[in-house]
Design a protein around this ligand. Sequence first.
Ligand code: NCD
Length: 362
Amino acid sequence: MAMRKSMIDIAWEDFARLSLEEKVPYLRQADGLPYHTLFAQQFDTPLLERLGALANSIRAVAKTRAGMDFLRHLICHKRAMLYFSQPSSRTFLSFASACQILGMPIGEVRDTATSSEYKGESREDSVRTFSSYFDLIVMRSPEKGLAEHMAWVLSNSERPIPLINAGSGKDQHPTQALLDIYTLQRSFERLGGLRERTIVMVGDLARGRTVRSLACLLAGFDNIRQIFVAPPALQIGEDVQQTLRQRGVTFELSGDLRAALPLADAVYMTRIQDEWDQVKGESAGIDTARFKFGLEELALLRSHAIVMHPLPRRDEIDPAVDRDPRAMYWRQMRNGMWIRSALIAMTFGCEKRILDYHRANM
Ligand code: NCD
């Protein structure tokens, strides 16, 4: 049984100082499953496999009306708050859909100008307010570490409820990494699984939180080689490289997309994250022309390889690529709804009931 610690027993300043590994035991339920979901590194490979299996069951059960009816009653006695103080389409809608699949009514704040934060209420008080009405908070914020702090605040309130990080700053986007891993698992299911694969990540790797989270999760799978292709100014952070080194992962940094493509089992494209520019026009001064994926790049890709993108895209993937069966990004997006359903179901202890229903009825 995985070790568990309680956030009640530790001051915020002491918790904040811990390494990610040291924080993990504080995020678990008594059965070892996730309570708060804050960062990708809290999911080890067996848990990722288990989550993927649950997502597969949910999507199979959801195919029938009776199955949808079963799912809709699972968590209908709990409510979820979607608190998104940063733009989002897919993450918001897929979480909203996941809650609906499981029967959870939702509330939302997407613009703090419409909440009491506008009147000067602290975020601690806002979040504490949500916990009076809701049983789960899904939170996206431009601020690094805020989700962690709010999880600690909630755990130390009279009404503790779980929090799921739906993207925090440039740092972490754990549920995107979950859906990316799920997409890779499904794509290579009939080819021996997610092992001994080469994953090529392209674009703004310095500020793309999805890549940062995914790179760390991939480190747990056997013999995954990671190739980071970016202009020097946008290369993957030293902190991620250090994590990969510590875990003995084979990785390289490259500036040559065309050289990497024939090696790839999956190409993970990302957009330039210019909303994080420190000075105006900073990103516009970087030459990104060689980091785009069009029909010529597609021709360099092996027949079984897939093209992924967390979306939204700009011009880094030519829409002409969309029609190719290797273009995985739209299916990847829908996978987000299933894996988020699985995560919420697991958080609320419904895993066994779903697997049992699936086994008995399918
Ligand atoms: C990503 C994000 O918000 O980090 N979007 C998403 O959640 N699918 C990627 C991005 O905005 O580029």
